[in-house]
Design a protein around this ligand. Structure first.
Ligand code: F0G
Length: 467
């Protein structure tokens, strides 16, 4: 059941927060109790204005000490890596927060991945170490809490597998009904298993993720239903806390670059918002360059980005009105197999404000980067490995310098898609392109070896493979 806490001081900001249309021509603003996902006035994208002015007027720097002190607390609200930053979140006390102790994920050094990408050093922020194994848990903690605030009966999402796992788990914690729409046959067995075990209604749809997302937008019109895809601005609020946590772990030294995978573009939106709010409060003195990496076969935002007039778009003020979707997205990184990302505008604005890039990488690059991350002793799912592949490209293109301070965000746990990993190492990974199977060459493959059941044979094999 959701847990209640006693009111705490200094949360005037939450009371003044509103949902606001991101289109500056419209600027429509709406109360937090309104169950809306797009601007009722112009149909535009919404975000939450957390009204942080009241925090700015006090002593923002004191927040750092407050958050640091909470690391020693045993209260659930302080132990959660989302709710420990509650001053920055649009929830009034007492918050009926729903938690599985999300966040508090490691920031690893990764020397082999760094060398592979052409960097002196690289750090990996592993959001796959969340309770359901992906970065979705932070956002879902906030969205399901808002579902409780609104008294919603059923929470729904379309998903490539991770959002659904997170929704199923958090809805189960809160005692809410969950329903997930999944593209049939296109999500990994591990992710499907999670939604089933956490007792969600699992609807397998004949179509791709974008078809599921279209259906979700229609379902959202029904008053009994609460949509928790990342068009829901409360999801973004939970997810933005990774920026705060990362800065604490970086001892408030802003990295030059933060690099994330891009699918539906909620994560990049959230990181951009988190860093922007820290900048507005004076807790950091500049934004890290936020870059987003997509898979080549599912890269509508990278395509759009390549055609932008960078001068005109600088600062994110003159955003294009539309983005051409990819009709049949294709990638083995099924988490990011998305052709019409709903949060593209907010994400693009964040990238442009920070001076980052949006690029795409090939299936081969993703697969090899994933194996290299593995050699650092850190597993991740294929979608996450776009980051290291993308950094390698950006270094080669001179957009990232080898001595710069870079953090990549890994979004999912390796066991989310064990079949992909086993196929890569066995040399059987392949992608279907227009009916033809195209093999992915495992440059770093580690094929299991059949060995006779004898000590001598095992020692011989070890000796042979010692370098
Ligand atoms: N990495 C993983 C492991 C994901 O599951 C996703 C998205 C992304 C990256 C991309 O993040 O959408 O915020 O740009 N997965 C969604 C899902 C779409 O339904 O689980 P994004």
């Amino acid at each position: 059941m959701p847990q209640k806490i006693a009111p705490a001081a200094g949360r005037a900001a939450a009371k003044a927060a509103v949902q606001r249309c991101i289109d500056p021509q419209c600027g429509g603003s709406y109360g937090l109790q309104e169950r809306i996902y797009t601007c009722p006035r112009c149909g535009g994208t919404l975000e939450i204005d957390c009204a942080l002015d009241s925090l700015r007027a006090s002593d923002p720097a004191a927040l750092r000490d407050l958050w640091a002190a909470r690391a020693a607390s045993h209260d659930a609200i302080d132990k959660s890596g989302v709710w420990k930053y509650r001053e920055m979140l649009p929830f009034a006390e007492p918050i009926p927060f729903v938690t599985l102790f999300e966040g508090n994920t490691p920031l690893y050094t990764a020397p082999r991945s760094a060398k592979y990408a052409g960097l002196d050093t690289l750090r990996l922020k592993h959001q796959g170490c969340n309770p359901t194994g992906s970065f979705k848990d932070t956002g879902m903690s906030a969205a399901i809490t808002q579902a409780v605030v609104l008294g919603a009966k059923t929470a729904v999402c379309a998903s490539t597998g991770n959002t659904s796992a997170a929704l199923a788990a958090y809805a189960a914690r809160a005692g809410l009904q969950a329903a997930v729409l999944l593209p049939r046959g296109q999500i990994s067995a591990g992710k499907l298993a999670q939604s089933l075990d956490y007792a969600a209604l699992v609807f397998e749809i004949d179509g791709n993720f974008d078809d599921c997302m279209r259906l979700i937008q229609e379902l959202g019109e029904d008053p009994s239903i609460y949509v928790v895809n990342s068009i829901n601005p409360f999801r973004i609020e939970g997810q933005k806390t990774v920026a705060f946590e990362m800065m604490e772990q970086c001892l408030w030294q802003v990295p030059a670059h933060v690099v994330v995978p891009g699918g539906n573009m909620g994560n990049s939106t959230a990181l951009g918002k988190g860093f922007q709010e820290l900048l507005d409060l004076g807790l950091i003195n500049r934004l890290p360059k936020l870059s987003v990496i997509q898979a080549e076969g599912a890269a509508p935002v990278a395509r759009l980005f390549a055609t932008l007039d960078r001068q005109q778009a600088a600062g994110g003020e003159n955003l294009p009105a539309t983005m051409a979707p990819v009709a049949n997205p294709r990638t083995l990184a099924t988490a990011i197999k998305i052709g019409a990302p709903v949060s593209w505008k907010k994400a693009l604005r964040a990238v442009l404000r920070s001076g980052g890039e949006v690029i795409a990488v090939s299936e081969q690059e993703i697969a090899d980067a994933k194996a290299m991350i593995g050699r650092d002793g850190i597993g991740c799912e294929p979608g996450s490995a776009t980051t290291v592949a993308g950094i390698k490209r950006l270094v080669a293109a001179g957009k990232i310098r080898s001595g710069e301070n870079v953090v990549a965000v890994l979004t999912g746990h390796m066991l989310k898609d064990a079949e992909y990993v086993a196929n890569y190492h066995r040399g059987t990974l392949a992608i279907d392109v227009d009916g033809k199977s195209q093999p992915i060459h495992g440059a770093f493959k580690n094929t299991p070896e059949r060995v006779a059941a004898s000590k001598a044979a095992i020692l011989e094999a070890m000796e042979r493979r010692r370098s």
